[in-house]
Design a protein around this ligand. Structure first.
Ligand code: SAH
Length: 195
């Protein structure tokens, strides 16, 4: 029964997260579609992410077909998952709000792109990816199933390792010294509290 509560918590978070993402995708819809090969690689990586983020969890929550691979964690782990999911949603919302018109799902410099260094970007360069990392941890704790639980973690880690350095090269190429300075005072996912 507790499994069902955790699935319901996850599903509620999933709906809220989808509304946040959908709202900003609509607000920032591009006037034209970039068609170069870099964008194609990016699209491929995003499709891979959606398997761990959308397909596997929904398949698990809405059908009984993956139930054979369930695992069971203590109750406190489930509630920790709910708290981590809430933190992920907050960070997802704040990072979209702070990036504003500069956000795009694929790696690109938009027309009139400005470097955002305030809000949640004041301390970390990749709060949106951090939100997805927190989401991936919450998924392991809430969806206690060997397929759906770690699905996002499995795709998020390689995606992040490929994407963050490419993104930073792109930002350095466009913003030069401003981005280099910004890099020196921020962490990638964790604030440089020790500075
Ligand atoms: N890596 C960031 C943003 C992800 S969205 C995060 O995790 O929060 C990807 C787009 O955001 C990229 O195409 C890039 O153009 C833009 N972007 C990333 N950091 C930015 C910043 N500090 N200011 C403005 N745009 C940024």
């Amino acid at each position: 029964m507790f499994d069902d509560t955790l699935k319901a918590v996850f599903l509620s978070g999933f709906v809220v997260g989808s509304v946040i993402r959908g709202l900003y995708t609509w607000r920032n819809r591009p006037s034209h579609r970039p068609g170069d090969r870099k964008a194609a690689l990016d699209t491929l990586l995003l499709m891979l992410a959606s398997v761990g983020l959308v397909v596997a969890p929904l398949f698990y929550v809405l059908t009984p077909w993956l139930d054979f691979a369930d695992y069971h964690l203590p109750i406190w782990a489930g509630w920790t998952g709910a708290a981590v999911l809430a933190a992920a949603l907050w960070l997802l919302w704040r990072s979209h709000a702070d990036l504003g018109r500069n956000w795009s799902p694929s790696l690109q410099i938009r027309e009139g792109h400005s470097l955002v260094t305030r809000g949640v970007y004041r301390h970390v360069r990749h709060p949106m990816y951090a939100a997805h990392g927190l989401w991936a941890i919450a998924q392991v704790l809430l969806l206690q199933n060997w397929i759906a639980g770690p699905a996002l973690l499995a795709v998020f880690l390689p995606l992040y390792l490929v994407r963050a350095p490419r993104e930073e090269r792109m930002m350095l190429g466009h913003f030069g010294e401003d981005y280099r300075l910004y890099m020196s005072r921020t962490g990638r996912l964790i604030p440089k509290f020790w500075r």
